[in-house]
Design a protein around this ligand. Structure first.
Ligand code: NAD
Ligand code: TDX
Length: 354
């Protein structure tokens, strides 16, 4: 049994689906179901007895203690977080609450549980914390990509809250001996990503005939990884990572935002041409920049490649094609999450606890 937090969000849901494809080991999935959490993402598991969903908060110490003592997981994987940089700029308090205080409370509950295990259980146990490359701050064009030794220099309320959580995880290992692993991954894309993030937002807006808003000059660079490859990396780190270590995860896929949007437009022009025969590029609009917008992220993934033999299966070209095909085939999903209608849908399709 493993306990996954945030498993109704984008990466967490992909991870749970992927895990149950590769293992028979059951998953307890704890998720608060914020605006970003959606049980619709897990509909394929509705009749799968290996998946046990619980609605709740990682900061709810009593609930976590109950789940740990009832299910006795051999690992806890923490995906739960507030994850959107723009939201963190407009309202940081949920980010502090979940990403910092929530992670602290989760660590404490897990530590109590871990201390109560027998020696073999303590030895085998893992706490895997899922984090981001944004904790390292911003790179200039000529800088080398982020290695695990790069200093933490977070610039947004989101990245500062994730950096704080990474430090707590590190300290719980160093001080209390909790067997932790941390992954710092680059920008993910793929199915089930909430259409507030660059790639799904651009696909949804293009199809809806809306503007494609590019912040600043469009030359900010992100390093993109297909979500399935991130899930494989997390499984590999859980299986073979060295305790207390951090692993940077990325696919050596740096691209300026404008190039990403041009690629999306070109693929949509091919797969779902506009009725007027013009390119979706016509919808691109340059808008005011994000405050404190990090210029460039890039991941040096040599440690996970060398030590754990992990390699991404997708290139950006194959991954983005798959992603666009998924969004084209699931426009109802986009409509439901954008309108909030999935809350009604899930109320009639699921009880909150199962
Ligand atoms: P997401 O916003 O899509 O999903 C987050 C999930 O966590 C949601 O299901 C939400 O309901 C749940 N959640 C939020 N607060 C909670 C709480 N207090 N208790 C329990 N559940 C709670 O985010 P995502 O993009 O899937 O990111 C998952 C993790 O991966 C985050 O920790 C994020 O920092 C990290 N990460 C994301 C990316 C990316 O590109 N999306 C890249 C690297 C790392
Ligand atoms: O409308 C937009 N226009 C635009 O130009 C949006 C939403 C974004 N952008 C730019 C900002 C960034 O340079 O695109 C880039 C990507 O933006 P986001 O999708 O918001 O991602 P980012 O800020 O890079 O953070 C993401 O990657 C790291 C995730 O949201 C984080 O959770 C993860 O840790």
């Amino acid at each position: 049994m493993i306990l996954v937090t945030g498993g109704a969000g984008f990466i967490g849901a992909n991870f749970v689906l992927d895990w149950l494809k590769h293992h028979d080991e059951p998953v307890v999935n704890l998720d608060k179901l914020t605006y970003a959490g959606n049980r619709d993402n897990l509909a394929a598991l509705a009749n799968d007895s290996r998946h046990h969903f619980v609605q709740g908060d990682i900061g709810d110490t009593a609930l976590i203690a109950e789940l740990l003592t009832t299910h006795r997981p051999r690992a806890v994987l923490n995906f739960a977080a507030e994850s959107h940089v723009d939201r963190s700029i407009h309202g940081p308090s949920d980010f502090i609450e979940t990403n910092i205080v929530g992670t602290f409370r989760l660590l404490e509950s897990v530590r109590q549980y871990w201390l109560g295990l027998d020696a073999a259980g303590r030895e085998a146990f893992r706490f895997l914390h899922v984090s981001t490359d944004e904790v390292y701050g911003s790179l200039e064009r000529e800088d080398a990509p982020f290695a695990e030794t790069h200093p933490y220099q977070p610039n947004s309320p989101y990245s500062a809250s994730k950096a704080a959580s990474d430090h707590l995880v590190r300290a719980w290992h160093h001080t209390y001996g909790l067997p932790v692993l941390t992954t710092n991954c680059s920008n993910n894309y793929g199915p089930y990503q909430f259409p507030e993030k660059l790639i799904p937002l651009m696909i949804a807006n293009a199809l809806a005939g809306k503007a494609l808003p590019i912040y600043g000059d469009g030359q900010n660079v992100r390093d993109w990884l297909y979500v399935g490859d991130h899930c494989t990396a997390i499984r590999r780190v859980l299986e073979a990572g060295s305790l207390g270590e951090t692993y940077n995860v990325g696919g050596w896929n740096e691209k300026p935002n404008i190039e990403i949007v041009h690629t999306i437009c070109a693929l949509l022009d091919e797969l779902r041409p506009r009725a007027d025969g013009k390119s979706y590029r016509e919808q691109i609009t340059f808008v005011t920049d994000r405050p404190g917008h990090d210029r460039r992220y890039a991941i040096d993934a040599r440690k996970i490649e060398r030590e754990l033999g992990w390699r991404p299966a997708e290139t950006f070209e194959t991954g983005i094609r798959k992603t666009i095909a998924w969004y084209l085939a699931h426009q109802d999903w986009v409509e439901r999450v954008s309108s909030g209608a999935y809350r009604d849908w899930l109320a009639t399709n699921y009880a909150h606890r199962s």
